[in-house]
Design a protein around this ligand. Structure first.
Ligand code: GTP
Ligand code: MG
Length: 203
């Protein structure tokens, strides 16, 4: 259960992130997929992470402290943000540096828009995580938008694609920030990741 969530710091330089002295879990995905909305849903705090209808709202690495215990991180989106190429490359570098260098990172959730057929950019990002040893799980977002059947179809198609990349399909969750679907399941998984990290650190 998330009882307490507070903003800590925003950074453009991964080197300036808080001291890596506790478990950390990050959220990433295409611009506008619903990362910030999901974080607000999971933490029961509407305005915690800034959301917007315009893609490209989150532009920095944002650290939130959860239950005075672990960090949750909201990252900028990859993909169709309306910013120029140089800025986009800058973000990509920042994100990739963060994901590969952050020593306390226990996991990354890649958010996927459940309304869409499998997107190349998401599969490529998932593959990049695999190649770089970044432990990734999937969260399908906006499940309130389509019928259950259609959502399930898209989820299945995406998972099938991942089987072409990995032997084992990644962990996945189907969610809606609108109606709280998937909240308990995702929160339980977050807790599990934090517990594993803390047990590992104690050894
Ligand atoms: N219907 C519905 N709309 C959602 C859901 N999650 C997010 N949205 C909407 O999608 C838009 C983008 O949401 P954000 O949470 O700002 O997306 P983001 O991935 O953080 O976007 P960037 O920071 O720009 O990369 C907003 O208009 C949200 O209200 C959802 O579960 N259901
Ligand atoms: Mg955002």
């Amino acid at each position: 259960m998330i009882r307490k969530a507070e903003f800590v710091i925003s950074n453009s330089n991964p080197g300036n992130c808080p001291k890596p002295d506790r478990a950390e879990i990050a959220f990433i995905g295409r611009s506008n997929v619903g990362k910030s909305s999901l974080i607000n849903m999971l933490t029961n705090k509407k305005g915690l992470a800034k959301t917007s209808q315009t893609p490209g709202k989150t532009q920095l690495i944002n650290h939130f402290l959860i239950n005075d215990q672990w960090y949750l991180v909201d990252l900028p989106g990859y993909g169709f943000a309306k910013v120029n190429v140089k800025v986009k490359e800058g973000w990509e570098n920042m994100i990739k540096t963060y994901l590969t260098k952050r020593e306390n990172l226990c996991g990354v959730f890649i958010l996927i828009d459940s309304r869409l057929e499998p997107q190349k950019i998401d599969l490529e990002f998932l593959l990049w995580c695999g190649v770089n040893g970044v432990p990734a799980a999937l969260i399908f977002t906006k499940a309130d938008k389509l019928s259950k059947t259609k959502t399930e179809q898209n989820v299945r198609k995406f998972l099938k694609k991942t089987e072409e990349i990995f032997e084992e399909a990644p962990d996945y969750f189907v969610t809606s920030a609108e109606n709280q679907m998937g909240k308990d399941e995702v929160n339980a998984f977050l807790e599990e990741l934090v517990r594993e990290y803390e047990n590992g650190a104690a050894e």
